[in-house]
Write a new protein. Sequence first.
Length: 298
Amino acid sequence: MNNELPKKHLVARSFGNAAAHYDDVAVLQRQTGDELLDRLSLVTLQPKRVLDLGVGTGRNLTLLAKRYPNAQMLALDIAPAMLQQARQRYQKASGIKRWLPYSNMPFYLAGDAEKLPLADNSVDLIFANLALQWCDPRISLAEIQRVLRPDGLLMFTTLGPDTLRELRQAWAEVDDYPHVNMFYDMHDVGEAMMAAGLAEPVLDTDRYTLTYDSAMALMKDLKVLGARNVNSGRRRGLTGKNTIKQVGDAYETFRRDGVLPATYEVVYGHAWGGQLKQQKIEGEVRIPVNQILHRKSV
Ligand SMILES: C[S@@+](CC[C@H](N)C(=O)[O-])C[C@H]1O[C@@H](n2cnc3c(N)ncnc32)[C@H](O)[C@@H]1O
């Protein structure tokens, strides 16, 4: 597994700065969010409490609330400015209903997926669209399992290592610094789900190609999205115009039919809350045998 995890405050700052204009460029996020919602509609659920983990500007929060009108919605994000956007969007979508005394408004929580500010066994549905890729899956998935009720459902997407491979390759022509965030592969995520004790984990990947007129346009979009390079070994300081031009030139080798492709490897996953969690009995920790066995298939 990759140990070069980004620093939390950089992720929070980057997304916080992006909050106001995020929706203008969140094309992939809308597509994967819709796909995740479609997959969710195949499951019959009547959740009492729903968590949109890494809620961003709240598009999915509003759609989930419509789908489960009786559920208590929880919106959590590491960037408070994103929560602010989500709140405004939700209020706008609710119209005058929000003034009704019995209106069921979401709770907005600033927090980290690796340290959820929620009680054990307290959530029936966790929906996380493209929000977990900056976390160590062993930690975030263990946290998810902790707060998920045993019959609760986790549905998520994250990014795989082939994401932005063209940009990574173009930068590799120019210098030796990591300029594109590193992502865990599906097998690491699967192992982490098993280790966390989540039940019946299922994973698959899909590739999406966005196209751009220039490498500069792609890098600008990534900045607007807040998905900046937060690698700990990244190059500090400003990048000169000449360097950017060199990256742009190297990226040109990928041009097809007049446009530049940017590949995204999206990992889709779902699992149920595990029935058996660690039981503490008089100072000793008991772990069920099926959580110790190393199962390869996911
Ligand atoms: C690409 S956006 C996706 C937002 C939203 N889920 C959507 O579908 O539009 C990623 C979001 O995850 C949040 N995020 C990143 N790391 C997080 C963490 N460790 N804990 C909670 N939220 C996190 C970011 O602040 C950002 O709002």
